[in-house]
Design a protein around this ligand. Structure first.
Ligand code: MN3
Length: 216
């Protein structure tokens, strides 16, 4: 992925009534754009702006002086990924290999949704909840603020943005209603299945704590 502010893969009003045009105009048009613009300025200063975005993130993660670049580049990546995790008439259930892995890891699709939802509701302040590949199985994890699984070499399948800017215009402080709407009506299981079929990132030694069906 390049460090650019790509258009949404659907119209700004395509996710209504679950996610409004006003939310997407602010979230994609302003918040996401600001992360990309800031990351570009910072990457250009150290001549990293031509690198693939994943490489910028992994390089910046190794350098304590590049924290500002890391935060903005990671948020640029997280948002570009998040838009593709949504679609009009989404929700439902995956099938094939992804469904098998979800059943093997969490027991059932419903138990996965329960773990994913509880993790998303348990994020204190701003952050993201992810479904990632974990060895032969899968795991649900949380990252705070702008942190991204790819800086730890983990390969995500799906995410939900649980920063307040993702839902405040539509749901005010009702994060449970927002998470339920995304899981029930917007989540794009085809995109998750494509991610499962992609080559994996090289795993790094120091990953974040991962939550799985055993709780946490
Ligand atoms: Mn956001």
């Amino acid at each position: 992925m390049q460090l650019t502010h790509a258009s949404l893969p659907y119209a700004y009003d395509a996710l209504e009534p679950h996610m409004s045009r006003a939310t997407l105009e602010a979230h994609h048009g302003r918040h996401h754009r600001a992360y990309v613009d800031k990351a570009k300025v910072l990457a250009k200063e150290i001549r990293m702006d031509d690198m693939p975005l994943e490489q910028i993130i992994q390089q910046a993660a190794k350098n304590a002086h590049q924290r500002d670049l890391l935060n903005n580049a990671a948020q640029a990546w997280n948002h570009a990924f998040f838009w593709r995790c949504l679609r009009p008439d989404g929700g439902g259930r995956p099938d094939g290999d992804l469904a098998k892995r979800i059943d093997a890891t969490f027991g059932s699709h419903d138990e996965f949704v329960d773990v994913f939802t509880r993790t998303a509701l348990g994020v204190f302040g701003s952050g993201w909840t992810w479904l990632v590949i974990d060895g032969p199985g899968l795991a649900v994890m949380h990252t705070p603020n702008g942190e991204t699984p790819i800086m730890h070499g983990l390969s995500p399948l799906l995410t939900i943005d649980v920063w307040e800017h993702a839902y405040y215009l539509d749901y005010q402080n009702r994060r449970p209603d927002y998470v339920a709407a995304v899981m029930g009506h917007l989540i794009n299981w085809d995109f998750a299945a494509q991610n499962l079929a992609r080559p994996r990132l090289a795993a790094s030694a120091a990953g974040p704590q991962i939550w799985n069906s055993a709780g946490g």
